[in-house]
Design a protein around this ligand. Sequence first.
Ligand code: 2AM
Length: 191
Amino acid sequence: MPPDGLAAPQARPATARVFFALWPPAAIVEQLADIARSAASQLGGKATRPESIHLTLAFLGEVAESRLPLLARTAASVRAAPFELQIDTLGYWSHNHLLWAGCSAAPSELPGLAAALQQQLAAAGFVVADAGRPFAPHLSLLRKIPVAHPPKILPPIVPLAWSCTGFVLVRSQLSASGPEYKILAEFPLVP
Ligand code: 2AM
């Protein structure tokens, strides 16, 4: 105890900002990055860097680093079969000025995987942000679109067939140039 009788401030445990996602293969990333760049040149805003394009399954936010091994073990216990996604549509959300790519009809396995993951995470004591909200699968392509240029009509896109065979645990580190993502672990989807 210091002489003034006050307890010394406790060092806060180190934390990691983490989420689970589907990470597209290079060929799909390339095509989505092209769409993002061309949309940015027409609308303004900030295109997602190719290496950051992903579809979030569950966002946890800050988790103690000491709990990351348990987090990975929990994700590894999720049982779900591989599935195919057709990324065939663009969408715009006016509340956050975001252009995204997604599926006009997602197979039930996609929300099924997100729900199974959420359930296991909750059972292990992890808190998933926005767990009560309906799952809105999307890949963010363009952020901060100036309000003067919200897209009125979104162009059709050539459907991209994505064979999803696994999901990943990602650490997000915020930097001046935006978040940088590091894949911490991969989890195969097994039939
Ligand atoms: P976004 O692309 O729509 O912004 C890493 O930040 C990923 O987690 C992004 O895909 C982001 O979605 C998503 N994300 C960030 N904060 C979130 C939150 N509070 N709830 C759900 N998803 C979140």
